[in-house]
Write a protein that binds this ligand. Structure first.
Ligand code: MF3
Ligand code: CO
Length: 264
């Protein structure tokens, strides 16, 4: 038996709303990423927009061991891979690449998405890193077809990334998402075709390549959260929440107007 939760009609309807909120918040923050703003400014814009749309951050207070994540968004600059904590001291500069990760709760369901923004002219390496990571996400999503396996997503992402001379992070993986931020299955960005669980209709999967321009190794900063590349090379991260259907994968994290709603 599969451990991967299958959502019913009601669960899917609620996933649609949670994901629309997560995507709308992400879309709201993207154009604010400019030279001179701090990552705390982006956090505040995200926090306000999440509240305005009747949702709650799934990151704020998220526990890992004894630690609670202290912010509503994750903002990771350059060599930071994921889980960067917004800070008043971190000022965005021209040429930076800035990963924005927004995960929200709405009506009992979670929507999860991420995007990496280039600030002004970015180095050719940085531009290529953004393009390859975005395209790797698209290729992974295309594999999320009923009858295929989770490893087909993983291997499509890995092969594409490595064919461009970049590496996929091993320490963090994509995941099922639904009534919790992390549900089965794990969706590594590396693996072998034809392995892992079979994809069935009604799965909601957060597919999220984390791609390093250098080696795949990462380390955690002393704040206990921020993951950085061990070699200091830049890293990019793109993520969508996807619903599997008999008609193929459907990306749920698309911005659209959502009715404000009082959080429960
Ligand atoms: N999208 C991230 C993840 O799936 C969000 C983490 S929230 C944090 O791990 F609290 F851990 F930062
Ligand atoms: Co995620």
């Amino acid at each position: 038996m599969s451990k991967i939760p299958i959502k019913n009609r009601d669960g899917i309807a609620k996933m649609r709303e949670a994901c629309a909120v997560a995507a709308t918040v992400l879309e709201h923050i993207k154009p604010l990423v400019r030279p001179g703003v701090t990552t705390q400014d982006l956090e505040e814009a995200g926090r306000e927009m999440i509240a305005r749309l009747g949702a709650r951050s799934a990151c704020y207070g998220y526990t890992h061991g004894a630690r609670r994540y202290p912010a509503h968004t994750c903002i990771s600059v350059n060599d930071e891979v994921v889980h960067g904590i917004p800070s008043l001291r971190r000022v965005i500069r021209e040429g930076d690449i800035v990963s924005l990760d927004v995960v929200v709760w709405r009506d009992g369901y979670v929507g999860d998405n991420a995007f990496t923004v280039g600030v002004g002219p970015v180095s050719p390496l940085g531009e290529k890193l953004l393009r390859v990571t975005r395209e790797a996400l698209d290729l992974g999503i295309k594999q999320a077809r009923v009858g295929q396996r989770i490893g087909d997503i993983s291997s499509a992402i890995q092969e594409y990334v490595e064919s461009h001379g970049f590496s996929v992070v091993r320490d963090m993986v994509g995941h099922g998402v639904g009534v919790a931020m992390h549900e089965p299955p794990e969706i590594p960005n590396f693996g072998r075709r034809g392995t892992g669980e079979k994809i069935k209709p009604g799965m909601t999967l957060a597919i999220e390549p984390m791609v390093n321009a250098g080696a795949y190794k990462t380390k955690t900063l002393s704040d206990g959260w921020t993951i950085v590349t061990a070699d200091g090379a830049p890293s990019a991260h793109f993520e969508h929440t996807v619903l599997t259907t008999d008609d193929g994968p459907e990306v749920l994290t698309i911005p659209r107007p959502v009715a404000a709603q009082v959080p429960v």
